[in-house]
Design a protein around this ligand. Structure first.
Ligand code: MSP
Length: 506
């Protein structure tokens, strides 16, 4: 038990929430829900990135001021996260005063440490990425490798952050924190970047108006990444509420996409070291959810709206798919066919079917009252293993593995019923024992599945006759065999996940 602070990237307000944003946010939600079950005091932060040229241009195109524009889009993220049942504790917007204070404090600290200096920048810039590129990073010699659009030639006076001075300190830090980045192969990638040599990076623009002025030279506006990264500190009171900041920092995990690894795992810890702030404890780097093998983005025109998917497959059907389908860290390919296939296999046929048959047999053979499980049940070892594997998987930020472990228990319970065929037996102690085992397994399954499918888990919980909220359970005790009290009414109810017949024509 302890504190557990997790963040998502803050999303640019030039686009509406899409499946890619939802993906990272759902992973963070499930991870933090798991930690709440462990009894941790959790702080889950998400928010919006609202400054910079990209937003200014999007606002211009919409005929609005950047603030008006951001005020319209930011709530769409908040609303989307509500509909996705995201239990974030805070939502930060970089246009808030608390953020400005933190950015100013961090800038001053780095400046006073001698790591910020004035210089001239000339280079090839992608507005989409808000980043300079060198010629050999470009596609066909002219285009941004991510946005596939020509980069622009920029030259201006900028403040720079002396990243080059941090090469060795960063390598040493990563040497002494070998598990800080998951999955492993991303840690090697980061070491590779650092060893390849670090160039100082620009942290201000004179040409830009929409942003936070550099406190000692307000002709300059803070460059978006210095601004954006600092949100993780602003939200916990850096520069304002020292006690609160000290309680939450360092963050336990920054969840990020692989596209922003260099900013988060190289620039950010160096900025923090410069300012005398401890680097993060961890980063969990996710792959991209691709649609037809392309990254989803407004400029590619292949954006999938997560809210449409909720309408199609249901909230927990969607959450489950996102968490179970792709091992976190790898790229996944989103297809509607895959969505329906997984829904039918894991939710309709496995979990849904298990609950329905248990409720039916308890109704018919046990008078509708759930019997207590035997202490020496053959399912007890399977349940212990499910917990052990799920816990290890969440420890490594691997939701798909945690769910796989949980679904093993579902399959084992279904198999136990099939072997014993209680539906064919006469009511009595034998049937009671089998059904007590199945109910106890369902109790544990509801707890283990609750981070991924919270409302379904609560329904299972209530239907098997448990009282209170499944989220109030505390691990590891709650996962120990024998917690099902017996004697409560078991309710059949409607199918949890009605089978979809359109698996082959989607
Ligand atoms: N504003 C910056 C992040 C600043 S964090 C201090 C930004 N915003 S973004 O809206 O463009 O994307 C943020 C993140 O959303 C990506 O890094 C990634 O984590 C996630 N995703 C966006 N599109 C995605 C996919 N298609 N697939 C998976 N995740 C993706 O970058």
């Amino acid at each position: 038990m302890g504190r557990f602070y997790v963040t998502t990237p803050i999303y640019y307000v030039n686009a509406r929430p899409h499946l890619g944003h939802a993906y990272t946010t759902i992973v963070g939600d499930a991870l933090t829900r798991w930690h709440r079950l462990l009894g941790d005091d959790v702080h889950y932060l998400t928010g919006t990135d609202e400054h910079g040229l990209k937003i200014q241009q999007a606002a211009d195109a919409a005929g609005k001021t950047p603030k008006e524009f951001a005020d319209e889009i930011a709530p769409l993220f908040e609303q989307a996260w509500k509909r996705l049942n995201i239990a974030n504790d805070d939502f930060i917007r970089t246009t808030e005063p608390r953020h400005r204070v933190a950015v100013e404090t961090l800038l001053r600290a780095c400046y006073e440490a001698g790591d910020i200096y004035l210089g001239t920048y000339s280079g090839l810039y992608c507005v989409g990425c808000e980043e300079y590129y060198v010629a050999d990073e470009l596609t066909n010699g002219t285009d941004c490798p991510i946005h596939k659009r020509p980069v622009e030639h920029f030259e201006e006076e900028n403040y720079f952050f002396r990243l080059s001075a941090f090469e060795q300190r960063l390598l040493d830090w990563y040497d002494s924190h070998p598990d800080a980045i998951v999955p492993d192969f991303r840690a090697n990638e980061v070491r590779g970047f650092i060893k390849g040599g670090l160039r100082d990076f620009s942290i201000s623009r004179r040409s830009l108006e929409w942003g936070i002025p550099i406190p000692w030279d307000p002709k300059h506006v803070t460059y978006v990444w210095f601004d954006a990264l600092t949100n993780y500190l602003s939200a916990v009171g850096y520069g304002q509420d020292d006690e609160r900041y000290r309680a939450w920092w360092p963050v336990d995990y920054h969840l990020i996409g692989k596209d922003i690894i260099r900013f988060h795992c190289v620039y950010w810890p160096a900025m923090l070291m410069s300012a005398g702030v401890e680097p993060p404890r961890g980063w969990a780097v996710g792959g991209w959810l691709l649609v037809d093998q392309e990254k989803m983005s407004k400029s590619m025109g292949n954006v999938v709206n997560p809210l449409d998917l909720i309408d199609d497959i249901g909230l927990d059907g969607f959450r489950y798919y996102v968490l179970a389908e792709t091992p976190y860290g790898q790229d996944g390919d989103f297809t509607r066919k895959g969505l329906i296939k997984r829904y039918n296999a894991d939710l309709a046929n496995n979990l849904g079917n298990l609950l329905a048959r248990v409720a039916t047999v308890v109704g018919k053979k046990c008078g509708g009252i759930g019997p207590r499980a035997a202490t020496d049940s053959p399912l007890a070892p399977a349940a212990a293993l499910a917990y052990e594997h799920a816990a290890a998987a969440w420890d490594n930020v691997q939701p798909s593995r945690a769910l796989e472990a949980t679904w093993q228990l579902i399959r084992a319970t279904n198999a136990h019923l099939e072997t014993n065929e209680p539906w064919k037996a006469e009511p009595g102690p034998v049937v009671d024992a089998v059904m007590g085992d199945a109910l106890e397994a369902l109790r544990i399954i509801a707890i283990l599945a609750s981070p991924a499918v919270p409302s379904t888990a609560q329904t299972v919980w209530e239907r098997i006759g448990m009282s209170g909220a499944v989220t109030d359970e505390r691990l590891p005790d709650a996962a120990r065999w024998g917690g099902y009290p017996g004697g409560a009414a078991v309710v059949k109810g409607e199918a949890l996940f009605p089978r979809r017949s359109d698996e082959d024509d989607s």
